[in-house]
Design a protein around this ligand. Structure first.
Ligand code: 9PG
Length: 443
């Protein structure tokens, strides 16, 4: 770490904004006495934080971006990677008495916004500049979506899909896209082969399109199960190679290997997977756990992990034509300019508090914390995805979650089994689905 700045603060008023690495990494503004959110386990660090960073708990720490309001009226300091899309320095802010020492492990820019009256205002302006430099351009209107995940999780079946396609149609819900999530595929890597719970993957797209709606699908394109056919046939396409594949975590009861996006044959294969899905009728793609492509490790080409990541996303983009692309579990700043919409928070859930107290874990509280922290990105980098509306009676404090989406939401998606919605749930779902605001705002 090299020193970047040193400034005096008013300890009672000063605030520090930490930007987390990927969609699920906690991102919020703290007072000086606060303890920032950190992973409670190595499992969580790997899956939901920057896997190769290990900040102390008594310093503030941003990935590629950190902002400070010294609380004395001298202006908001914004520290960021000098090239936020291509490099990703960690930025540390250490409080010592009435000073903050800022340091970073790569090249950073710093600016002082003396006109901004809040950290959010300064971040919104900073984001405007980055969006302009990145050539982000006009936002595409986001479709309204129904997603299978938050009711069925990995147990989703073909019958579940058909039941909900029919219910949405019968109730004339304002849903543009019906999106099949995790659970249809034989294994991570074997995306074109259905599990025994599905008779056909193109068949689902046909059923959806027959109701006049568009079809969407989930993939974790850079994750590979060690027991998949892909891993068996092409161990040399993995980051780390055939002999020492790099781990991107352990989830779904399996170790996770990483597809090497710099391997030309692997990218040809990946292009084929997405082009096939597209030909089958899918034109909304939720690409998930994509942080994996930015994990350090040995690759075919000796490029930086962030470069490898961007190349992987571009390869997908080129394979799917005009389709709508939603990033998830994605390194945030390296994705600017590459996706139409972005999950800006951990998952929502039927539970309010995270099961293990870690604010990267599925829960309404964690989704609201970080989604709020990244509200300034909406309409500037992409359409923010605050995660799905869940409104069935089982959902803890569901009114709060609905209010949050009403206030901050960008992309609007529903994820309840429609048959489980009571009158309040159905009305709220219908209301929230009726618009997907694209305008940026100052949070
Ligand atoms: C599919 C899901 C859904 C969801 C994604 C992502 O750390 N974790 O335990 C963890 C659990 C679930 C998860 C991410 C992290 O969910 O955000 O919308 O698509 O994958 O498996």
């Amino acid at each position: 770490m090299k020193p970047v700045d040193e400034l005096r603060i008013d300890r009672d008023r000063a605030r520090v904004f930490e930007h987390g690495w990927q969609s699920w990494s906690p991102t919020t503004t703290y007072s000086i006495g606060d303890r920032p959110w950190r992973p409670v386990s190595d499992r969580n660090r790997m899956l939901c934080y920057r896997p190769d960073a290990d900040p102390r708990e008594d310093v503030f720490w941003g990935e590629g971006l950190l902002a400070i309001d010294p609380g004395d009226g001298t202006g908001i300091r914004v520290y960021s990677a000098s090239d936020p899309r291509n490099t990703a320095p960690s930025i540390r802010a250490e409080v010592i008495d009435d000073h903050i020492l800022v340091a970073a492990d790569g090249r950073t820019n710093s600016s002082i916004d003396t006109a901004a009256d809040s950290i959010d205002t300064a971040l919104a302006r900073w984001a405007d500049e980055l969006a302009e430099a990145a050539g982000v351009g006009e936002m595409r209107r986001s479709p309204t979506i129904w997603c299978s995940w938050y009711n069925y999780f990995t147990e989703v079946t073909e019958d579940d899909m058909v039941e909900n396609i029919e219910a949405i149609h019968r109730l004339d819900l304002p849903v543009d896209v019906i999106q099949l999530d995790d659970g249809y595929q034989a294994a991570h890597g074997d995306w074109l082969t259905p599990t025994e719970r599905f008779s056909s993957i193109p068949g689902i797209a046909d059923r959806i399109k027959a109701t006049g709606r568009r079809a969407g699908i989930w993939l974790a394109p850079f994750l590979v199960f060690p027991d998949s056919e892909l891993a068996q046939n092409h161990p040399d396409w993995m980051v780390g190679g055939a002999t020492a594949p790099v781990l991107a975590g352990h989830h779904w009861d399996r170790d996770l290997w990483v597809l090497d996006t710099t391997h030309p044959a692997a990218m040809e294969w990946l292009t084929g997977v997405f082009a096939t899905m597209h030909r089958w009728g899918y034109d909304v793609f939720k690409i998930d756990f994509v942080y994996a492509a930015a994990i350090p490790g040995g690759r075919y080409d000796d490029v930086s992990p962030v470069y490898a990541y961007r190349h992987g996303i571009r390869t997908i983009r080129e394979a799917i034509g005009d389709s709508y692309l939603l990033g998830c579990g994605a390194p945030i700043l390296p994705s600017v300019g590459l996706v139409d919409a972005m999950r800006v928070s951990p998952d929502t859930h039927v539970i309010y508090e995270p099961w293990d107290g870690d604010m990267s874990q599925p829960s309404i509280a964690a989704a609201m914390l970080t989604g709020r922290g990244r509200a300034f990105q909406h309409g500037r980098f992409w359409i923010n995805d605050p995660d799905c509306i869940v409104a069935r009676p089982e959902v803890e404090r569901r009114e709060e979650w609905a209010d949050y989406i009403r206030k901050w939401g960008g992309l609007r998606a529903s994820s309840d089994r429609i048959a489980l919605l009571d009158e309040w749930g159905l009305e709220t779902t219908r209301e929230l689905l009726s618009e997907s605001p694209t305008e940026p705002f100052i949070p």
